[in-house]
Structures are given as C-alpha cells and as structure tokens.
Design a protein around this ligand. Structure first.
Ligand code: G6P
Ligand code: MG
Length: 214
C-alpha cells in the first residue's frame, strides 16, 4: 500500500527549473562560455555548489574555493530575484489538484528538495500548508542521488520507505528514491528518467487511482 508521496520542488511542483537555467546561463555568459538547455539537464536536482562545479567543467575552468563561493552567491542572488516575483500561477498544471486529491484520500504529502530557497517558493505560491513534512537543502547534508532527503522525509512522516512514492524530474532524484527503497514517478522525458517506476509528461495526466496501481 501507499501511505505517502514525496515531491521534489523544482520542475515537479513549480517551473523554477527555467529560473535556475536562466541564472546559470547568465553566469556562464559572464564567464565567457555558452551553456545550453542540454547542459542544464545535468544540473537538475544537483546542489548549488555541485551545479557550479559542473558548470565550470563545461566551461573548462578551474577556480579556488573562495572564487567559487562568490560565483554561487552571485547566481543565487539572480535566482532569488526571479523567484521573488512568483505566485500561485506558477504551480505546474495538475500539481495542486493532485496534492489535494492525495490529502482527501488520507495519503501524506512531503517535500524532498535540495533547494535552500524552498520555503520562499512554497510561501510565494501558497503551497506551504499542504505539506505534512518539509525537507529541503537547509536540513540535508548529502545531495541527491544520496537518498538522505527522502529517508528523512519518510522518517519525519513516520512511514516506511517501501510505502512511499517519490515524484522527480531529475535523474539524480530517481536514483535517490531507488536508493531510499521507494517507488518513483518521473516527470519529464523517458530518455532521462527511464529508471522511474513510471514516467509522465506532467501531473495533469495522473490520478490517485493510477498511483495506487504502482
Ligand atoms: C534543486 C534544483 C537544482 C538546484 C538545487 C539547489 O534540486 O533542481 O537545480 O541547484 O535545488 O537549489 P538552491 O535554491 O539551494 O540553489
Ligand atoms: Mg527537480
């Protein structure tokens, strides 16, 4: 049986993946190299500093820790500027309906995000009250694909991992779910998310009845 659903935030509940992309692309531009949407796939679900390392690798650059921290801060300031203007209209299609349907059926709902900006996004979009547990980048020490974020979520909800389903748009997130002993629903393309239990293009086409068949 299924007792809980754990949701990634960026790219699953809200379309912030585009803001991360715009901010990283702006940084790459300042550093003098191009950063494509395909490059951006490698950053999804990956922590801020690990994302910067991948970006610098793409640009063929090596920097010391101090310079890297300054760049990460710069990217984050741009990103925060973008997400500060968000409201409930940026909740992805089907996400809120699905979460409400889960709650109506007594299934618990948790957030499992690597982002340190998760609370700002949840508050701006009005999503905060729907969560029974919120695990974000301020609480975890290990980045996805490490299972920590989802294991902590199940623990805080007081449920067994094998009764949880994770919703993710990132390959690293699907792997984290698998390593946590959970089923997973990929939101995006089967090419990158093929290891999920099922892949959807959005939550709009999903129902609690289909979830219970997983
Ligand atoms: C999510 C996103 C990543 C982002 C990470 C950290 O997992 O998918 O693209 O790098 O969160 O977000 P933050 O808001 O803390 O920089
Ligand atoms: Mg994501």
């Amino acid at each position: 049986s299924i007792t809980a659903c754990l949701f990634d935030l960026d790219g699953v509940l809200v379309d912030t993946a585009k803001y991360h992309y715009i901010a990283w692309k702006r940084l790459a531009g300042e550093l003098g190299f191009d950063f494509t949407e395909q490059d951006n796939e490698r950053l999804k679900g990956v922590s801020r500093m690990a994302s910067l390392d991948i970006l610098l690798e793409i640009g063929g650059m090596t920097l010391d820790e101090e310079a890297k921290l300054a760049l990460a801060e710069k990217k984050n300031a741009w990103y925060v500027e973008y997400i500060s203007k968000m409201d409930e209209s940026e909740i992805l299609p089907g996400a809120l309906d699905f979460i409400q349907a889960l709650k109506a059926r007594g299934i618990k709902v948790a957030l499992g995000s690597a982002s340190k900006n998760a609370m700002l996004i949840l508050n701006n979009t009005g999503l905060t009250p729907y969560f029974d547990a919120i695990i974000d980048g301020t609480k975890t020490s290990q980045a996805k694909p490490d299972p920590e974020v989802f294991t902590m979520g199940a623990h805080e909800l007081g449920v067994q991992p094998d009764t949880c389903v994770v919703f993710e748009d990132a390959e690293a997130g699907i792997e984290a779910a698998t390593r946590a002993g959970m089923r997973s629903v990929g939101i995006g393309s089967p090419e990158t998310l093929g290891r999920a239990s099922i892949v959807l293009s959005s939550l709009e086409e999903f129902t609690v009845d289909r979830l219970l068949e997983l």
